[in-house]
Ligand binder design. Structure first.
Ligand code: HEM
Length: 115
């Protein structure tokens, strides 16, 4: 590129590249199981000098939250599974119906009681 050209990284396009993620619009989180994306192919926290400073913290929080929830029971979608992508005055897309989930307690899964 010529000197002075502005370049913008687009995680939106990157994460929808079918060469990296077959059927990219399908919600299949299990695609990441045992299969790390190539370096630079997954940028949920941005990249470069303005990359998210809270990425590690956010990752830890979500890991603890999900771990505690699934010890209590089974998480089930409470909205239509094909809910669309919402757009509002923000840079990030979001699930149009809020991606609500219900927790169905599983008897015997956690005999000491979940903490
Ligand atoms: C799942 C949770 C989170 C996601 C997906 C996320 C994602 C992002 C993204 C995409 C950016 C923009 C990076 C860029 O411009 O290239 C960003 C910036 C930023 N995030 Fe997060 N973030 C999360 C949680 C957090 C948390 C927990 C904190 C603070 C404790 C935080 C603090 C920041 C700050 C301060 C910036 C601006 C960095 C800068 O402009 O230099 N984020 N985040």
């Amino acid at each position: 590129m010529p000197a002075g050209t502005s370049a913008v990284a687009s995680p939106w396009d990157l994460h929808r590249n079918p060469d990296l993620y077959p059927d990219p619009e399908e919600f299949r989180p299990e695609r990441f199981l045992g299969n790390r994306p190539p370096r630079g192919a997954w940028l949920p926290f941005g990249t470069g000098t303005h990359a998210c400073i809270g990425g590690q913290l956010a990752f830890l929080q979500v890991t603890v939250l999900v771990y505690r929830l699934i010890r209590r029971g089974q998480l089930l979608p409470a909205t239509r599974q094909d809910e669309g992508i919402g757009h509002r005055a923000s840079t990030e897309p979001y699930p149009s119906q809020g991606c609500r989930v219900a927790l169905r307690p599983v008897r015997g899964r956690h005999p000491q009681g979940a903490r």
